[in-house]
Design a protein. Structure first.
Length: 120
């Protein structure tokens, strides 16, 4: 089962729910509050963690700046959702890691798009 690194903007109720369901998840807010996006990306890559974020800037770091990528990046689009929605979404995604590994996955309540990561 993949392990996750959730960015600072990840809702606390969703983080708790993931942990309660036995998902290995680390939190930027707990580990390195205030870290830059590049530092977060480097940490996720070095520790082979899926990076989960609501911040679309990670796409620029990967596709325009060519940073080394973690095994997967899951970008959840900001929409009006319940605080638990991100946890439910991730618990569904990790059941099929082969569909996510090596991809930048953009998820909204209506669609899921995948783009191959260039440095994996």
């Amino acid at each position: 089962m993949p392990k996750l690194l959730v960015n600072e903007n990840f809702p606390l109720p969703a983080l708790r729910r993931l942990r309660e369901n036995g998902i290995g998840v680390e939190s930027v807010e707990e580990l390195m509050p205030g870290a830059s996006d590049a530092q977060v990306m480097t940490y996720a890559s070095s520790n082979e963690l899926w990076l989960v974020t609501f911040d679309r800037d990670y796409g620029e770091l990967v596709f325009a700046r060519g940073m080394v990528c973690p095994p997967a990046i899951v970008y959840i689009r900001q929409e009006p959702v319940t605080p638990a929605y991100p946890a439910d979404l991730l618990m569904e995604l990790i059941t099929q890691p082969e569909e996510v590994e090596g991809s930048f996955v953009t998820v909204s309540s209506r669609t899921t798009r995948k783009r191959k990561l260039p440095n994996r």
